[in-house]
Design a protein around this ligand. Sequence first.
Ligand code: GLU
Length: 422
Amino acid sequence: MVIDRQRYDESRLLDVAHLQFDIAAEHLGLDPGLRELMRAGQREFTVRFPVRMDDGSIHVFQGYRVQHSISRGPAKGGVRFHPEVTLDGMRALAALMTWKCALLNLPYGGAKGGVRCNPKVLSPAELERITRRFTWEIAPLIGPDQDILAPDVNTDSRTMAWIMDTFSILKGYTVPGVVTGKPLEIGGSLGREAATAQGCVFAIREAAIVSGLDLEGATVAVQGFGKVGFHSARLMAELGARIIAVSDSQGGVMAETGLDVHEIRAHKQATGSVVGAPGTASLTNRQLLELPVDILIPCAIEGQITADNAGRVRARILAEGANGPTTPTADDILAERGVFLVPDILANGGGVTASYFEWVQNTQKLFWSEEDINKKLDSVMTRAFHEVYQLARSEGVHMRTAALMLAVGRVAKAKQLRGVFP
Ligand code: GLU
């Protein structure tokens, strides 16, 4: 089967996910029935629920939980709060979680959930009521052995505490393992907060080694200054790299001599944005992606590097802290231009890997040291990086296709071994 690229609209994340999957499935020569099953995903749940707002009015919110696969273990994935949350977007992101967990060899399927809302205009009390009611609505689907939630865009450890509390009240006993990314005091894990970034930096370290780039003094631009963006910038700076530019949804800041990421964070905490931090020049998010840096780390949202701007990306290594920032046509352009891509399911897999560590600790009622956790995370990331890199070389495909081939192949194998019921 030849893939007809015209049939995919790359401005839609679901089409991007389907095309990425189809390319890998084609390389693997996957059976058509299995292909259809794995492409579509298993379960989808849409909920509408009322929330009393601070002004006394009632607002109806819409939310989703998509379980793309439970073939290799419980469904696993984040929950996001964003005005652009759609069912199709959740389908794409849930599939990415299935591939990510399989690539990292975690005993999970993949899921994603979200509520369509704008957290920037909601009070903490409103956010809490939305979180609790959403949890109540999806409660029949979730649990430590069914589907385990985690932070994602605009959600954090506080959100996870509310979810865990609501689910536990429903059950009548405390169920820490229904969410990961919890606060430490209620069963969270050391190292989880910075784990996505830490994993990304481990992968960048390996990419730098195989491409002969010295990280000491290497220049870096980071798009997005949330948990993943900030910690990636911080950890890269700790390795001796120079952070030239960072940005958030309002815009970006740069300084050729290097930014102090802690000062930028303090500015963002005080003003709500990195923009205007003292001693920096302003630039747009678009401009940041085109800077002549050694390493570019997009850590914001999907659809950032497309056919329009991929030809102007000048980084040597592009590591996707975000999910889905690059479209398939952009992948080809980047590969042609020699940009070394560390694809999302590999680059940001440290988050769910640490989630897995947290869940194992919860299940065993044990606590591991931060040193132990980071050592384990390093070994998972390093092994996955080299598996992908070797396959990319031996098959002559780019890193994303290699990563997906490994992941899709593992899920296909699980499905084959389990067979078809009845
Ligand atoms: N939301 C993160 C991701 O996209 C973490 C998911 C998890 O830990 O379950 O990978």
